[in-house]
Write a protein that binds this ligand. Structure first.
Ligand SMILES: [Zn+2]
Length: 429
């Protein structure tokens, strides 16, 4: 056993899901603490109690900063880091104009390593300690991602993006090579340190039925793995899927018919769902990932957060870098608030913070490891400065409670609000 460190500050954690149980599910302590030992959370409580219980512990006092779990970004494309904020397109022409030419470059292992490192450092600077990423069709893009994460000690998930049609030359695999490459990468990386391999067909339009079936077969061989893909993001895309899968009942059925619907399925966007799709997703316990900055940036539509949560769907939150317009989960929470407002619901700050931490962790089936700072979990956490700019500080000074104090940072904050980042108890920034 090694030394214990106490981190003191304002603390906030959840006894239950505030999406369904409301803000009473939160426990706030204006003078709280977490005790960290061997990279894990040993205990949490009031600063006084933990100091009494651990009189020999080193103490790091973060003052008025809010100690939170590191943010968890449930859907990103790290290869799109260098082309984030590309102007003027919607989904299909955005892919063809900006995304595919950039992803083509990841056949170069050096370029993949450069962008993987750049992406992870940007994510950490924004307080994101875990993410689930699509890589490119190139196995070296997956190697670069997991190697860069391992060098930083980070818990990450991801996989090779598979595409065998409707993508340019040089950016297509085959049904067989997608299976073979994915299987080899899975064997090499899944459960290796803090890495988890995720089976990753990009979406139905860029996979043949044969490829979807091959990846469904791989998933059946490794049911403990997650499978991630995109679902019902834009109406044009849905019409395209209907055209190339004429036998399918709906978009989700293109996955379901090929063994790609299950409890460990993670479906990005899920905006324009049919009633049958919603029923099936809920029945199997799949996760839906809301990507609000992407949905507004690419003009996709308004996710039905309130309706989906009310009917019992599992929902996570994500930037969708670089279809999303920010690396920041604070900005992403703000966009989720705005999108919900446009659908008539005001998401409480407790719900937004939960979505960006434990909610996303649950969507990725890792809430027993990260996302809540419960005793025994891995000590990935951040400190948030609730007055990081003059505009935010003048508003939060007037706050009557923690929710009023934190909401201006959710709505107006960025990487300047993230005053510290720890991974497995080690300070990263
Ligand atoms: Zn995406």
């Amino acid at each position: 056993m090694s030394d214990i460190t106490l981190h003191l500050g304002q603390t906030l954690w959840f006894t239950d899901n505030p999406m369904t149980e409301g803000p009473d599910a939160a426990r706030f302590d204006p003078r709280g603490a977490i005790a960290v030992q061997d990279g894990h959370v040993l205990a949490r409580g009031t600063a006084d109690d933990l100091r009494r219980d651990h009189p020999q512990a080193a103490v790091e006092d973060h003052g008025q900063a809010l100690i939170l779990p590191g943010f968890i970004d449930a859907h990103v494309h790290y290869p799109q880091t260098a082309m984030i904020a590309s102007w003027g397109k919607r989904l299909i022409d955005w892919l063809n104009t900006y995304t595919f030419p950039e992803e083509m470059r990841f056949g170069d292992a050096d370029y993949a390593a450069e962008i993987a490192g750049r992406y992870l450092d940007l994510a950490l600077a924004h307080g994101t300690t875990t993410m689930c990423s699509y890589c490119t069709i190139h196995p070296q893009s997956v190697e670069a991602y997991f190697n860069a994460a391992q060098a930083r000690g980070m818990r990450v998930l991801g996989g090779k993006t598979c595409m065998d049609r409707n993508a340019p030359d040089g950016l297509r695999d085959t049904a067989q090579s997608a299976y073979d490459d994915s299987k080899a990468l899975l064997a090499r990386w899944h459960g290796q340190g803090r890495a988890s391999y995720v089976i990753t067909p990009r979406f139905s339009p860029t996979s043949t039925p044969d490829q979807l079936s091959a990846l469904g077969a791989l998933w059946a061989e490794h049911p403990d793995c997650l499978m991630q893909t995109h679902l019902s993001e834009q109406t044009d895309e849905i019409a395209w899927v209907r055209g190339i899968y004429p036998q399918a009942r709906d978009y989700l059925d293109t996955y379901e018919a090929h063994g790609l619907l299950g409890a460990n399925g993670v479906y990005g966007h899920a905006i324009h769902l049919e009633p049958r799709e919603r029923d099936r997703l809920r029945e199997v316990g799949a996760a839906l990932v809301h990507c609000p900055t992407s949905n507004t940036f690419i003009g996709s539509g308004l996710f039905d957060m309130a309706g989906l949560v009310a009917e019992g769907q599992r929902v996570g939150l994500a930037t969708d870098t670089g279809g999303g317009s920010s690396f920041s989960m604070l900005r992403t929470m703000a966009a989720a608030y705005e999108v919900a407002q446009l659908r008539g619901t005001a998401l409480h700050p407790s719900a937004l913070l939960w979505l960006a931490t434990e909610g996303s962790a649950r969507s990725l089936r890792i809430a027993d490891r990260v996302g809540n700072l419960a005793p025994g979990t891995e000590a990935d956490f951040i400190t948030l400065d609730l007055g990081s700019t003059p505009a935010i500080a003048q508003r939060s000074r007037r706050a009557a409670d923690i929710w009023e104090a934190v909401f201006p940072t959710i709505m107006m904050g960025d990487d300047r609000a993230v005053s510290g980042v720890w991974v497995m108890g080690q300070r990263m920034g």
